[in-house]
Write a protein that binds this ligand. Structure first.
Ligand code: FES
Ligand code: FES
Length: 161
């Protein structure tokens, strides 16, 4: 099956069996190794990507769902100017995710900030259930994202003047 989509800002075209998963395509065909295989059943969140700006478990997405979609991995988000907002938010609250999930936390923060200009705690709760993490409490992450939203607003404001 031939499918075209946008991956990390570039138009891509691929010809694979229709049930090839986005997780395998990303890792095997595009060498983007930040996306980890975990449960491969949609539970653990290790394989999280942004799909049309929303968090998605790439292990559950077959090729035939990718036509015309936009996929981003953390490699791309780290290169966007908006990553600095997230970095500053994490630093300001001392929020330090482990190496394994740091990319997922960045993608989660980015997904929240794209959806909500001033995210409230209740807006963010559903986002963190996608990644199994029992080693950090949710509150510091929520505070970090709220600071990141302030940095993002200031940066947007500065860019307009
Ligand atoms: S590998 Fe666990 S949700 Fe995809
Ligand atoms: S901080 Fe990484 S899994 Fe919890």
């Amino acid at each position: 099956m031939k499918v075209d989509f946008t991956l990390n800002g570039k138009k891509r075209f691929i010809d694979l069996p229709p049930h090839a998963t986005l997780l395998d395509i990303i890792r095997n065909d595009f060498d983007l190794l930040s996306v980890h295989p975990g449960c491969k059943r949609g539970y653990c969140g290790a394989c999280t990507v942004l799909l049309d700006n929303h968090l998605a478990a790439s292990c559950m997405i077959p090729l035939f769902h990718l036509k015309g979609r936009t996929i981003e991995t953390v490699e791309h988000v780290l290169d966007l100017p908006g990553f600095r907002d997230i970095e500053l938010g994490f630093l300001r609250t001392g929020f330090h995710p482990c190496k394994f999930c740091a990319g997922i936390k960045v993608l989660t923060a980015e997904a929240i900030l794209r959806e909500w200009e001033h995210p409230k705690t209740q807006d963010m709760r559903s986002y963190i259930t996608r990644n199994w993490c029992t080693c950090t409490a949710p509150t510091p992450f929520f505070e970090a994202v709220q600071f990141a939203s302030e940095y993002r607003e200031r940066r947007g404001h500065a860019a307009r003047h």
